[in-house]
Design a protein around this ligand. Structure first.
Ligand code: M6R
Length: 607
């Protein structure tokens, strides 16, 4: 969703800000803007639409400014329009604000400020911050921002600059990330590491309630009481070129091809001297043994990773496991005791619903374990333990490599739980681990020949609807296949456990209706084939994802996509890859932008 950048230093600020905003484009947005300090005043430029439009608007701006703030906005309060785009300014235009999050008490603040004579020019919640800071301003921006945040209820990441204080930007946050870096050319702030790592690999992660006072020659950090503090520094070891396409036509394809590396990196260092361990769990063997219920809470693709894990945790560790959409979990008063383990799964680590579920679980006394891709993210910070998925930055809005990283991490967790409970011996775990590691090579094989996938996608490209079906592990895999297709190709796609087809969905089948079935070798293979036949006899066009060597399936499918033979428990890791490629291929055939699908944002930071 929204993105923040800010810069003060020696370079031309408009260039640094536009470059930073380009790096944040992947998050999804509908308008963009920048404010530049310009000889004792502020110049603000805002545009609806892409950052490119904003870049054109400021290209010929006669500016030598070296200090400014910028923003990409995803509308919440007020329609996407120029007047609602950030930065927002105070009455006299001397204070400019960019904001991520939601100010919950904005109406109350707005009414109070309006009564004092402040004039508002937008429909946003953010604008109140500019007026509030103006109200408290007595010549020191840091003091005014600190005072203003005491009045705000809600979530915020803020960067604020003031025309009267050349070269100064103040940033602060609550429940919305802010990171900072200082390099040779000056000081940078952003809502996402990718926009600051060019300055330095050592990035400061601002804590809730903390403030950063940025000047060209350095950044000073304060706690909420304005006492100077040492920032929490995180070293980033991935390259800025993860944000480049590296020769691929789009980020989605690049990220799909990175998956063998993600599997290997996620497993690296886990098995030492024949013993599997997850040190980051933050739980002793005794505590693990006591776990008698697991909840997996997540949204979207991460939820689908949870569906796969449920079968592994219940199957191997024999612990009752529920998978819940995070937005439902917190409102249904879940039963949580000290022996409940809540596993929160989130690529971004900042999904508002997942964070709310974590907080609910902690209030109720449960242990929370996070699985996330973003180091230092709120999910990582608020959990008792965390596994990082090692996918590195994921730019395409549709998750692919982070999903595989989640499934592999959850698989490790399932094995560790089973080991602790005495349900799997160390020898069994070692065998499983070897097969798990082998999936990297199997994914490489899938990626090496995609002709059958593209052919099936071309055949389905004009469809308006599609079903994805499977049983057992295949059912969980189908859910992710359907989500990928609807997200990026805008084809209405639904997933069903294959046995459910005849209880309703089959009524929709007509000649040519695509049914994509995960029909790999498994204990339920014959049943899936029966369900395929039922669909085929109603004229459906069957695309089967099957195990190499299965000739029988050809009699029951119009298109067959083979994957290498793999243990059923790990089949989703391998079978998800052709489904990702199928969705991408169909989206491209339909002329869609696979990296930036309409209406979607990479991080969903509002409930
Ligand atoms: O960052 P998170 O994993 O918490 O995000 C959850 C969903 O918003 C996300 O998986 C979404 O469904 C993606 N667009 C999937 O491709």
């Amino acid at each position: 969703m929204c993105g923040i950048v800010g810069y003060t230093g020696t370079k031309l600020a408009k260039d640094v800000l536009i470059e930073g905003l380009r790096r944040l484009e992947y998050r999804g947005y509908d308008s963009a803007g920048i404010a530049l300090q310009e000889g004792g005043s502020l110049s603000v430029t805002r545009r609806v639409g892409k950052v490119e439009g904003l870049a054109e608007a400021v290209a010929d701006l006669p500016t030598s400014s070296t200090c400014g703030i910028g923003h990409t906005r995803w509308a919440t309060h007020g329609a996407p329009s120029e007047r609602n785009a950030h930065p927002h300014v105070s009455c006299d235009g001397s204070i400019a604000v960019v904001h991520n999050g939601i100010i919950e008490n904005f109406q109350e603040l707005r009414d109070a400020l309006a009564a004092k004579g402040h004039t508002f020019r937008s429909d946003t919640d953010t604008e109140v911050v500019a007026h509030l800071v103006e109200d408290y301003y007595e010549g020191d921006l840091l003091a005014a921002v600190s005072r203003a945040t005491r009045d705000i209820i809600g979530a915020y990441g803020l960067a604020i600059t003031c025309a009267a204080e050349p070269g100064r930007i103040v940033a602060t946050r609550k429940d919305s990330p802010i990171v900072l870096a200082h390099g040779e050319a000056g000081s940078y702030v952003a809502s996402d590491i990718i926009a600051v790592i060019e300055a330095s690999r050592d990035v400061a992660v601002l804590g809730d309630g903390q403030l950063a006072d940025m000047r060209p020659d350095g950044i000073t950090y304060y706690n909420a009481d304005l006492k100077e503090i040492e920032p929490s520094i995180m070293h980033v070891d991935w390259d800025v070129d993860v944000a480049e396409k590296g020769g691929y036509p789009d980020f989605m394809l690049k990220e799909i091809h990175e998956q063998p590396r993600v599997i290997r990196d996620t497993l690296a260092g886990r098995m030492t001297n024949g013993v599997l361990s997850i040190d980051e769990l933050g739980m002793s063997l005794e505590e693990l043994r006591l776990i008698d219920r697991v909840y997996i809470v997540a949204c979207g693709t991460s939820y689908h990773a949870g569906l796969i894990a449920r079968q592994l945790i219940e199957g191997w560790a024999r612990i009752p496991t529920e998978v819940e959409v995070a937005s439902e979990f917190r409102y249904r008063n879940p039963i949580i005791t000290p022996s409940t383990l809540v596993v929160a799964v989130s690529q971004s680590g900042e999904t508002a619903d997942t964070l709310a579920a974590i907080r609910e679980a902690r209030i109720k006394g449960g242990k929370v374990f996070g699985i996330t891709n973003v180091i230092g993210s709120p999910v990582a910070r608020e959990s008792d333990g965390v596994i990082y998925t090692k996918a590195n930055k994921e730019i395409a809005v549709a998750s692919t490599k982070s999903f595989l990283g989640q499934v592999v991490s959850l698989t490790l967790l399932s094995m560790v739980l089973a080991q602790a409970k005495g349900k799997l011996t160390n020898d069994q775990v070692r065998l499983l681990f070897k097969d798990l590691a082998d999936t990297a090579e199997k994914v490489e094989l899938v990626l090496s020949d995609t002709e059958a996938i593209d052919e099936a996608a071309r055949a389905c490209k004009d469809a308006t609807d599609a079903f994805f079906i499977g049983r057992g592990m295949g059912s969980a895999t189908s859910f992710e296949g359907a989500l990928k297709l609807k997200e990026i190709s805008y084809v209405h796609a639904e997933a069903y456990p294959a046995g459910e087809m005849k209880h309703g969905p089959i009524a929709l089948l007509e000649p040519g209706f695509p049914v994509i079935a995960v029909a790999t070798q498994s204990p339920v293979y014959d049943k899936v084939v029966s369900n395929l036949q039922e669909s085929r006899s109603r004229g459906a066009m069957i695309v089967a994802v099957a195990t190499e060597g299965d000739e029988e399936i050809k009699a029951n499918a119009d298109y067959v996509i083979y994957i290498p033979k793999v243990r059923d428990a790990f089949m989703p890791i391998v079978a998800s890859v052709p489904l990702q490629l199928f969705a991408r291929s169909m989206a491209i055939a339909r002329g869609c932008d696979v990296d930036k699908p309409r209406n979607l944002a990479k991080s969903v930071t509002v409930e």
